[in-house]
Design a protein around this ligand. Structure first.
Ligand code: MLC
Ligand code: AMP
Length: 469
């Protein structure tokens, strides 16, 4: 048997999960997961209302133990996205924390409240490693989000590769404040410590005081969180010293600036390790614990993963290439989307990330850009410009629109909407709230600029590169 979580079979005397005052030891987690798994066995797919809570961590663990694919849902999904995801994933039921009110379409599904105190035996068998573990929704350039199907093998192989890179063991106490509906917070941040038999302390936000008090040996965050943390640590030397007692700080999901890298190093004495991944492939490369990281690089391929750079057509710049990956952690495909799945791979079977990179002299990967200008990374969230444009076009006051990511010190990129109004321009706030109601609030424009016309080419296509950033 190939247990995803060996520590559940032989529980160490240790806290597995801590979220604020709520905690579960490994023995308690094994009992509660066993009880919930017994209710889930045989289902095709279950949704998890993924609030940043211990209930979410228990729900996903139980589904995996039961061998039932889990679909983590951002609790802030707008009504448009929620309707789409539920129709696409067709979960049989939803798992949620007791007392939490679910939005309309989710409330219509059968519901199981996640019980932290339940006890039951773990199932004695597990599905094969090739079976699906998770369906994680992620944005493309246009259209609604697609569900990436990740196998149990993908999760296990990637977490073991990262354990090797970061010398991650059962003795590590991981702290983070990431959302639990994306691979960063969920796969690395929850399943990671559980696979090692170590401890997760979810601290809600990457706040200096809470982090300093957590006793973390390992910290995960997106660059926006490290940017905000750096400012707090500069004002709080005691917190900086406490955070500096960690073994490793790791940043990912977007690029950490050299400035923030230096600020964290100056305050804590620690050099942040960057790692690079995608929902569809999990983590491709990571700066290792053993090596001094080079700011601006994202490390070496994780064990088991092959990364190659394919020269860009018509580009003769030295060494730049499209980043392509193959290996056990690459996803099985997009749910219900064979054509999109086929389009995501090269003819010889490598997944095309859409990122552009180059190898450094020391063999680490440096990312230099993305091939699609219509993909925005804001706060570590991937956001498709087309989805926001479609939402804005549904507003009566909008005649034409173009959405871009403008550089932003805090968010990396900030969503800016250029709007040609239909008649009298609407209030900026009204348009922002309109998007935040249809889509998750992180997809809302942070800024709306009204303009008389959009730059277009002879074919009538908007030339986004000509819009002022
Ligand atoms: C504001 N809010 C609104 C609103 N305006 N809600 C409704 N309508 C409006 N008009 C809400 C926001 O939702 C937010 O809620 C709150 O107000 C505060 O906003 P904020 O302070 O601006 O927060 P924000 O800057 O949006 O958050 C920054 C952040 C967040 C870093 C915390 O972006 C974040 O959690 N990022 C992590 C993304 C992530 O995990 N990516 C991994 C993808 S996997 P609230 O309650 O949310 O604060 C991947 C692969 C890999 O990339 O390599 O890892
Ligand atoms: P997502 O679809 O949300 O999983 O986002 C994946 C994308 O995030 C990748 O294609 C990269 O563009 C970006 N990304 C992830 N990690 C890093 C990193 N360390 N540095 C720069 N970009 C990153």
């Amino acid at each position: 048997m190939s247990a995803l979580f060996p520590a559940l079979l032989d529980p160490p005397n240790r806290v597995a999960l801590r979220f604020g005052a709520a905690e579960l030891t490994y023995a308690q987690l094994a009992g509660a997961a066993g009880a919930l798994a017994a209710q889930l066995r045989g289902r095709t797919r279950v949704a998890v209302y993924a609030t940043p809570s211990i209930h979410t961590a228990l729900a996903v663990t139980s589904a995996l133990v039961a061998g039932v694919p889990a679909v983590p849902l951002n609790p802030k999904l707008g009504e448009r996205e929620l309707g789409h995801v539920l129709a696409d994933a067709a979960p049989e039921l939803v798992l949620a924390a007791p007392g939490v009110e679910l939005p309309g379409p989710l409330a219509a599904l059968p519901r199981i409240d996640v019980d932290l105190a339940a006890t039951g035996a773990l199932p004695t068998d597990e599905p094969p490693l090739t079976a699906p573990a998770l369906v994680v929704y992620t944005s493309g350039t246009t259209g609604p989000p697609k569900g990436a199907v990740l196998s149990r093998r993908a999760v296990a192989a990637n977490l073991d590769g990262l354990a090797e890179a970061w010398e991650w063991t059962a003795d590590d106490l991981l702290a983070h404040g990431l959302p639990l509906f994306h691979v960063h917070g969920l796969v690395l941040g929850v399943l990671g410590p559980l696979r090692r038999g170590g401890t997760l302390h979810h601290i809600g936000a990457l706040d200096a005081t809470t982090l300093a008090a957590s006793g973390a040996t390992l910290v995960f965050g997106v660059p926006t969180q490290y940017h905000r943390l750096a400012a707090q640590l500069e004002a709080d030397a005691a917190a900086a010293a406490a955070v500096g007692r960690a073994r490793l700080l790791v940043s990912g999901s977007a690029a950490l600036t050299a400035v923030d890298h230096a600020r964290i190093r100056a305050t804590t004495g620690l050099a942040v390790r960057e790692r690079y991944g995608l929902t569809e492939t999990l983590i491709l490369t990571a700066a290792t614990a053993a090596e001094e990281p080079e700011p601006g690089t994202v490390g070496r391929p994780v064990t088991g993963t092959e990364v190659r750079l394919t020269p860009l057509p018509g580009d003769d710049s030295e060494g730049l290439g499209a980043v392509e990956v193959r290996g056990p952690s690459v996803f099985d495909g997009y749910l219900n989307r064979p054509e999109a799945t086929a389009a995501a791979f090269t003819a010889d079977g490598w997944f095309a990330t859409g990122d552009i990179g180059r190898w450094t002299a020391s063999g680490t990967l440096a990312l230099v850009g993305r091939s699609a200008t219509d993909l925005i990374k804001s706060g570590g969230y991937k956001i498709g410009a087309g989805e926001i444009e479609n939402a804005l076009l549904e507003h009566d006051g909008v005649a034409e629109v173009a959405v871009i990511g403008a550089p932003d010190d805090d968010l990396g990129e900030r969503i800016v909407a250029f709007v040609v109004p239909a008649g009298e321009p609407p209030q900026e706030r009204e348009l922002i709230d309109h998007v935040a109601a249809l889509l998750a609030p992180h997809k809302r424009p942070r800024e709306v600029r009204f303009t008389e016309s959009l730059p277009r080419n002879d074919m009538g296509k908007v030339q986004k590169a000509k819009l002022p950033r």
